[in-house]
Design a protein around this ligand. Sequence first.
Ligand code: NAP
Length: 350
Amino acid sequence: MAERVVIIGSGPAGWAAAIYTARANLEPLLIEGQQSQENFDLGRPPLGQLMITTEVENFPGFPAGNMEAYLQSAIDDSRKYMLPPHSGHGVSGPELMVLMQQQGVNFGTRVLSEDVVSVDLSSRPFKLTTSGGQTIEAHSVIVATGARANYLGLDSEKQFKNRGVSACAVCDGAMPRFRDRPLVVVGGGDSAMEEANFLTKFASKVYIVHRRDEFRASKIMAQRALENPKIEPAWNSVVEEVLGNDADGVTGVRLRSTVNENETTELEAAGYFAAIGHTPNTEFLGGQVETNSKGYIIWPVSHRTNTSVEGVFAAGDVADDHYRQAITAAGSGCMAALDAERWLAAQGIE
Ligand code: NAP
C-alpha cells in the first residue's frame, strides 16, 4: 500500500516535516540516508549538516547554559551514542539534531536508514527506489535533502583529499596532522569564519584566503575572525594549487593575486579547508522537479512549498540558496507538512 507521506532527508527541515505530519496522523516514513563513508565524505550525513558543526548559538530556545541533564532525560539510551560530549554551553549541532529525531520518533515517525537513489514522479502514487533495493510508493513526497559543501575543483584538491584537504573543519580539525601547524581556509562567508575560528583551537596559525578585500560574512562573525590573533587574511587571492607530496600530504598552497594576475605567492600549510558555498542534493530526482541554474528546487508559488510536480513538496536548503539556516529549514519543513496535509485532504487521501 502506498505511503501517504514520505519525507526524504533528515536535517531540520525533514524532522520538522516529520513532527507535523506525524501529529496530523499521516504516519510519515522518513528516509534519513545511509550511514556510509561516501555520505560523510560528500558532506551529506544522516541528520544533515548540523551533524558536522559545533555550537548552534542562533537556534531560538537554546540560550547558553548546561543542558546535560535535559539531554540525558530527553534522548533514549539507544540514541545517546550519537551525542558528542556536552560542552556545557547551549546546544551543539549534533545535540539539536538528535533532539529533533527523538521528537519525530516520539510522535510515531518511521525511519528508514537508506538513500533514495532514483524516483519516478511521472504518475501517482510516486515510486522511490532506495539504496537497499526497495521500491516505495508514496501519494506525497517532501524533499528535504539539503545541500553539501563545494570544492574549487582543482586536481590537487582531489589528490590530497583526506590527507590535509577537507571541507569540514569540525569533522577533521582535531586530527594530529593539523596540531600546531599553519592551516588555510578558503572563502569569505560565515562558514569560512566559523571554520577558521574553530581551527585556531589546534593550529599555530590560520590563513583565510579570500578573492576580494572584504568578507561576505555577517559583521559579528567577520569581526570575531579578524580579532583572533591566530587568523591572518590573505586578501585578493585565489588558491591556484594545493601543494604537497605523497609522504606528507598537504604542505602548502600556491596563491594567485586577483588584482595582479602575474603575482603568485606560496603559503606553508598542513591543511586546506574549502568553505566556498554549497550544492543542493537533488541528483536523485533525475531532473523531474524544476530547479534553478544552481540546482536548487524552485517553489513556483511564493510562500508555498509546492514544486513543479503536484504532490511533491520541498523544504530546507535543497530549495533555499538564500537563508540556509537551521531555523528557516525547520520553518519550511513545517510549511511543507501543512501543504502536503492539505493537498492530501483535497485528494481525499486522509
Ligand atoms: P557563502 O555565504 O555563499 O560564501 C561563500 C564564500 O566563498 C564567499 O565569500 C565567496 O566569495 C567564496 N567563493 C565562492 N566560490 C568561490 C570560488 N570559486 N573561489 C573563491 N572563493 C569562492 O557560503 P557560506 O559561508 O557557506 O554560507 C552559506 C549560508 O550559511 C549563509 O547564509 C551563511 O550566513 C550561513 N551560515 C551561517 C552560520 C552561522 O550563523 N553560524 C555559519 C555558517 C554558514 P565572494 O564573497 O567573493 O562571493
